[in-house]
Structures are given as structure tokens and as C-alpha cells.
Design a protein around this ligand. Structure first.
Ligand code: KG4
Length: 328
């Protein structure tokens, strides 16, 4: 059977990335131009600066992705950009470029939901993984438990009512003076501390999450007791958010009877959280987690999700718009 090559374009936040993936599972190229050093000095992503840098990077990154894949434009089957959720100006750069490319080389345009892309990172990491499964989505913008019924069919079973888990990591890092992006920095410092500090957990009847309480508790504690060990605070934060995740996932397993759990999103790169989930394997629960390089934003995962949209027959027109709060 003829191979299908999808060209993914990702520009929803601070990474300009273009990738070419074969049959949804094999990366031929995955070029990532990160803007982290540019935004670091502001302590977070500045949307206008992100958009401008996407504009500067997008042609160069696309050319490189095609070269590294050793393909010609003719061999590409579909252009699959992220069209939401994300920063609207940033999304528009990748999406407009994708539309122009689709028109110029006369190949179909197939939009991808960024969250669907994070899930698909696992199809690249595990060639045998197939739905159905439960996905724990933990990124900078989203925290959800998703019932993945099929490659393009999803049901959100629970979601955060306030902050995303990644936002909480970033905020904790900022409060204790670690800078942006907070996740990896909190991880590093937590390793040097002990989880001795009690932090609050918010529980709901259903599978929803809340991370604003724990974020505010860390903030207040640190402001009241600036002498306290930052490492202990980070370790306690990581332990508590891991427990919140595991408690909710355990509830979801009980409710659905599904025992295959797939992690996704930037926070799934946290070694502490990976270990907490890996421990569930002792309870006969199968855990999948993406390769570290595929946890944070990249276009390979978008090209993979784009492949599944493409083979399901999804096609978009040049009217496709960026949707900053796009839902699954
Ligand atoms: O999935 P992602 O790259 O972007 C979105 O789609 O939102 O997630 C970014 C988030 C940031 O909040 C960042 O601090 C967090 O993922 N993150 C981590 C780690 N690496 C990135 N959090 C904890 N541990 C990490 N190693």
C-alpha cells in the first residue's frame, strides 16, 4: 500500500515546528524552533513577540523539515496545521502558512486540534498503541481526562475548573524565583528536597480538577515564610499534584472499567509524575507515556493526528480560521 505523508505545522504557543510523518507513526523530520530563550526574560510567553517570531521562523523551519525528510512537495499527501487551541496571533501564522502551502502545491488542508496532537504523540512512541484508552492530558493550557474512543472520537470526562496543571507549575516556579518555563525547573529543585509540607487538594464529585487552591497555598506560604526551603516546597507541590492526578485517574478507571492510561502534554515530562503513574502498573494498569522529546509542543504529533483526520476523510477549506479556545 502507498505510504501517506502528512506535513504538520505547529505554532500555537512559543514553538515554531514543522514535521513530516509517514503513516501517522514514523517521524521523517521534526524541526522545532523554540522561542523559550526569547520569552525567558519576561517570565512567560509574550503573545505579540511569539507571533512575530513565528513569522520569522516558519519558512526556514518548513524548508528544513522537507529537506530532512528527503521528500519532494509532490510526495506530501496533506498539510495538517494546528488551528486551536492556543494564542490566536501565533496560531494564525502557522495556519495562514499552511493554507498558502496547500493552495500552492495543491494538496488538501486538514486542520488539527492541538490537544488531539498531544494524544497522538503516543502513537509515534508506541507503534502498537490503539484506542480505546483513557488519556490524562496535562499541558500548559489544559488538564483533562479524555476517553479516547477512536483516533478521532473523544469524550472529555473531567477537566480543570480553573488553572491548568502546567500553569500551576509555572506559577510556583515564578513565586520561588526559578523563572520560565517553570516545569523543568521545579522538577530539578524538587529532587533536592523532601515533600514535608502539607498542601491542599480540591476534590469534586465528578472527575474535574482544580489547581488554583494549591497554587495560591504555595504563594501564601512562601510569602509568609520566605526562609522556608524552596526545594521542600517544590517537592511537596509535585507530590500533591501527582496525588491529585492519580486519585482522579483511579476514579476514572473505576467508572469506565478501562485500564489503559495514556499520558500527554508538557507536564508528562516530569520524572516525578511519570514515576507516580508507572507505579500504577503494579495494579495491572497499563501505562503509556510519550518520549520526552514529544511531551512538549512539536509538529510530529500534529502530523500524526493529521494523518488520522486525513484517512477519516476530514478536509478543510481555505476559510478555516484559528480558534483560540477550540475544544476536543
Ligand atoms: O504541552 P505543552 O508544551 O504546551 C501546551 O500545549 O500547553 O506544556 C507546557 C507546560 C508548561 O507549563 C511547562 O512548565 C510544563 O509543560 N513542563 C513541565 C516539564 N516540561 C514542561 N512540567 C513539569 N515537568 C517538566 N519536565
Amino acid at each position: 500500500m502507498k505510504a501517506i505523508y502528512t506535513l504538520g505545522i505547529e505554532s500555537s504557543c512559543d514553538e515554531t515546528s514543522v514535521a513530516i510523518v509517514k503513516n501517522g507513526r514514523e517521524i521523517l523530520s521534526n524541526v522545532i524552533d523554540t522561542q523559550i530563550p526569547i520569552h525567558e526574560k519576561y517570565g512567560g510567553v509574550v503573545p505579540e513577540i511569539a507571533s512575530r517570531n513565528h513569522i520569522e521562523a516558519i519558512s526556514r523551519v518548513t524548508k528544513k523539515a522537507l529537506e530532512e525528510a528527503k521528500l519532494t512537495w509532490e510526495q506530501i499527501d496533506a498539510i495538517t496545521p494546528t488551528y486551536g487551541p492556543g494564542l490566536v496571533g501565533a496560531l494564525l501564522v502557522g495556519l495562514s502558512y499552511a493554507k498558502a502551502l496547500s493552495f500552492a502545491i495543491n494538496k488538501p488542508l486538514v486542520g488539527v486540534n492541538h490537544i488531539q496532537g498531544h494524544i497522538a504523540a503516543n502513537y509515534i512512541t508506541y507503534k502498537e498503541l490503539e484506542p480505546p484508552f483513557l488519556c490524562v492530558m496535562m499541558s500548559g493550557g489544559n488538564t483533562q481526562i479524555i476517553y479516547v474512543k477512536d483516533y478521532t472520537e473523544f469524550e472529555v470526562l473531567g477537566k480543570t475548573r480553573d488553572d491548568a496543571i502546567g500553569e500551576a507549575f509555572d506559577k510556583v516556579a515564578r513565586v520561588v524565583g526559578l523563572g520560565y518555563p517553570g516545569g523543568p525547573k521545579v522538577d530539578r529543585l524538587a529532587k533536592e528536597g523532601e515533600p514535608t509540607i502539607d498542601l491542599p487538594k480540591t476534590h469534586f464529585e465528578n472527575l474535574d480538577f482544580s489547581f488554583s487552591g494549591i497554587k495560591t497555598a504555595v504563594l501564601n506560604l512562601y510569602h509568609k515564610h520566605p526562609e522556608m526551603s524552596k526545594a521542600d516546597l517544590c517537592a511537596s507541590f509535585e507530590k500533591t499534584v501527582s496525588e491529585i492526578l492519580i486519585e482522579n485517574v483511579t476514579k476514572a478507571i473505576q467508572q469506565t472499567g478501562i485500564k489503559t492510561i495514556v499520558l500527554a502534554g508538557g507536564v508528562s515530562a516530569s520524572p516525578y509524575i511519570r514515576k507516580a503513574f508507572a507505579d500504577l502498573e503494579k495494579k495491572q494498569i497499563k501505562i503509556y507515556m510519550p518520549d520526552l522529546a514529544l511531551c512538549t509542543d512539536n509538529a510530529a504529533m500534529i502530523a500524526s493526528a493529521g494523518y488520522y483526520n486525513y484517512i477519516q476523510g476530514k478536509r478543510d477549506t481555505l476559510d478555516l480560521n484559528a480558534i483560540p479556545n477550540l475544544k476536543l
